[in-house]
Design a protein around this ligand. Structure first.
Ligand code: OSB
Ligand code: MG
Length: 387
């Protein structure tokens, strides 16, 4: 893949947002029940535990979401690590600065190593507050070129291949534009074959969440016969060279998720030919602004990207729809309707599926309003950090 072509114009709109004056940062641990258990190669969730961030400013509030999960299984971050680092280090550093623009947040937090999901959630809340003041949408600010995006769905591992076929049938009936199934050793070829056999040439891809090693190359190569759009993160997060070795052995395009923790990591992975597609998740790369940089560099390299998900609540889901509306997001992402995961969401107008698409919010900031009464009901822990 060519990675040395002249850079395409940076998509982020050059408008500078005014600094906002931070008064306090509220963090909440929220427990939202899932409509059905979600199983991946690393475990099963029945309740989404997530951190909701509210920045309080002299000009109004801003909302963000820290997409960590209860346990460090997908990434090293988890709810209590994000809670601790946000409370003790990240929020105080922002409050210490007092007046900040969204573009300054990453720099202020950069002395603290890692903890990208925590940083991303805080940056999103500052972005939301500043954009609401400017009466500007996140989508416009990031460089969106679409007002709706095709919607894909990530399907967890089911009891058996027959149950998987039933579950996928339901999503296809709803109109989802692309199916992604989770796989793991022992639940790969038969599951994929069952879906292909049942539904023919639907847009289909698989996600292994790091469950394989290079010793599994023969099994993974057998997936080639299913004409998948891609295989996502077959090997471990830091197995960049092994992913390159594997990619050379497969016809199925290799897409990286867990490994891409920054724009630099994306550039390195492309240089090493470890991936020909990249899954962009704002939490994993430390924020929506860094996610745009990943998008920009892939776009100039001619590498397609798509927007991943972390079972976001309505807050992060709205922001993901904005990100996925950028021009380089040429593959259908995991931005599904809120009701794919939740019976009731914490925003007043959750994202819905319309003709296989979801609408990109166009209101100020993230473009959705938080249902604070329901948020209170699902809040299990709350802290306010003041300056
Ligand atoms: O690997 O993409 C992943 C959910 C949690 C952690 C990791 C992943 C996922 C998903 C769900 O696949 C995507 C979604 O939010 O719809
Ligand atoms: Mg993934």
């Amino acid at each position: 893949m060519p990675i040395d072509r002249p850079a395409a114009p940076v998509t982020i709109d050059a408008v500078e947002l005014e600094a906002i004056e931070l008064e306090a940062i509220e963090l909440r641990v929220v427990h939202l029940p899932l409509v059905a258990p979600f199983t991946t190669s690393f475990g099963t969730e029945t309740v989404r535990e997530v951190i909701v961030v509210r920045v309080r400013t002299s000009a109004g509030d801003g909302w963000g979401e820290i997409v960590t999960q209860q346990a460090p299984l997908y990434s090293s971050e988890y709810t209590q690590s994000a809670w601790d680092v946000s409370r003790r280090f990240l929020a105080p550093a922002l409050l210490e600065r007092g007046t900040v623009t969204p573009e300054e947040v990453a720099g202020i937090l950069s002395p603290f190593v890692g903890h990208r999901m925590a940083k991303a959630g805080l940056e999103l809340a500052v972005l939301d507050a500043a954009l609401r003041v400017a009466d500007r949408s996140l989508a416009t600010h990031l460089g969106a070129v679409r007002d709706r995006i095709p919607s894909g769905v990530s399907v967890g591992i089911q009891r058996d291949p027959a149950a998987l076929v039933d579950t996928v049938a339901g999503y296809l009936d709803e109109g989802y534009a692309r199916i992604k199934i989770k796989i793991k050793p022992g639940r790969d070829l038969r599951d994929t074959a069952a879906v292909r056999d049942a539904f023919g040439s639907i847009p289909l891809q698989v996600d292994a969440n790091s469950a394989y090693t290079l010793a599994d190359v023969d099994t993974l190569a057998e997936l080639d016969r299913f004409d998948l759009l891609l295989i996502e993160q077959p090997l471990q997060e830091d197995d960049i060279v092994d992913h390159a070795t594997l990619a050379a052995r497969l016809r199925t395009p290799v897409c990286l998720d867990e490994s891409i923790v920054s724009a630099k990591a994306a550039a390195d992975a492309l240089a090493l030919r470890a991936a020909s597609v990249i899954n962009v998740k704002a939490g994993r790369v430390g924020g929506y602004l860094e996610a745009v940089r990943v998008h920009d560099l892939c776009r100039s390299a001619g590498v397609p990207v798509w927007c991943g998900g972390m079972l976001e609540t309505g807050i992060g889901r709205a922001a993901n729809a904005a990100l996925a509306a950028l021009p380089g997001f040429t593959l259908t992402g995991d931005v599904s309707a809120s009701d794919r995961f939740y019976r009731r969401d914490i925003v007043t107008a959750p994202i819905v599926l319309e003709d296989g698409h979801v609408r990109v919010p166009s209101g100020p900031g993230i473009g959705v309003e938080v249902d604070t009464a329901f948020l209170d009901e699902v809040t299990v822990d709350r802290v306010e950090i003041r300056r």
